[in-house]
Design a protein around this ligand. Structure first.
Ligand code: KIV
Length: 280
């Protein structure tokens, strides 16, 4: 059986120049498949608000949502490191709130680590979490919980000022004790610079090939859910088509009385059947 992934192992991967693989998952079945595929990190992203719950942002996602989905994922995983997102307002309000809510994701959800969004201003919170034994992954660049500040998803760090800020933020997260940092939708040259500068692994999504690892939202790589394609993501399957076709075939066979056949049915003794009193 393959080695269980731990936080120190991921840090070792960076020093050995070995790439880190990560994918989101939100339920038992897909988490089990990702674990069987030997994904290093399974991220229970608050993107579950979009892809599982049908919200148009991650903002309505609650701690209860995160705990329920993290627990389901955890039950399917025996090897990968399970990281759970801290949802909007569960950690920004105070380091105490962050400890309480991150603690719930570990204690009730079974996560091994948490992820939170934000740069230098999150350093104190990260220090507190790490001091009580909670590993933290940072998240810089396009940070979906700030959708109302950004307006819409756009590439972050294209100007010298923005790029400097992202580099300084990455340094601050690493110094505060974060074990890795997600870089979302930033120019690939900036991602390379951050990767070369900080000692912790960078995990890119729309951040080019030079990061220490890559993460994708499960639905984007499987072609599941929206038929929209994103520049940063590659489709490795088209489950929409497969699932739609399967549903249509099932529907057609029921309507045409082709399914079920005797092969899918259960028999009983003729004698028992005849013994039933049909009169009321
Ligand atoms: O919530 C999420 O899925 C994420 C990934 C995009 C990194 O944060």
């Amino acid at each position: 059986m393959a080695e269980r992934i731990t936080v120190p192992l991921l840090q070792q991967r960076k020093s050995e120049g070995q790439k880190i693989t990560a994918v989101t998952a939100y339920d038992f079945t897909f988490a089990k498949l990702a674990d069987e595929a030997e994904m290093d990190i399974i991220l229970v992203g608050d993107s579950l608000g979009n892809v599982m719950l049908g919200y148009d942002s991650t903002l309505p996602v609650t701690m209860d949502d995160m705990i329920r989905h993290t627990r389901a994922v955890r039950r399917g995983v025996s090897r990968s490191l399970v990281v759970a997102d801290l949802p909007f307002l569960s950690y920004q309000t105070s380091p105490d709130d962050a400890v309480r809510n991150a603690g719930r994701l570990l204690q009730e959800g079974g996560a091994a680590a948490v992820k939170l969004e934000g740069g230098t201003h999150m350093a104190e919170t990260i220090r507190r979490l790490v001091s009580v034994g909670i590993p933290v992954m940072g998240h810089l660049g396009w940070t979906p919980q700030s959708i109302n500040l950004f307006g819409r998803p756009t590439v972050q760090g294209r100007t010298r000022t923005e790029a400097q800020e992202i580099l300084d933020d990455a340094r601050a997260l690493a110094e505060a004790g974060a074990f890795a940092v997600v870089l979302e939708v930033v120019p690939e040259r900036l991602a390379a610079l951050v990767t070369d500068t900080v000692l912790i692994p960078t995990i890119g999504i729309g951040a080019g090939p030079h990061c220490d690892g890559q993460v994708l939202v499960m639905h984007d790589l499987l072609g599941l859910g929206t038929d929209k394609t994103f520049r940063h993501a590659k489709r490795f399957a088209n489950l929409n088509e497969i699932v739609r076709n399967a549903f249509q075939s099932y529907r057609d066979e029921v309507l045409n009385e082709e399914f079920p056949t005797l092969e899918h049915s259960f028999a009983m003794d003729e004698e028992q059947l005849e013994g039933i009193d049909r009169m009321d």
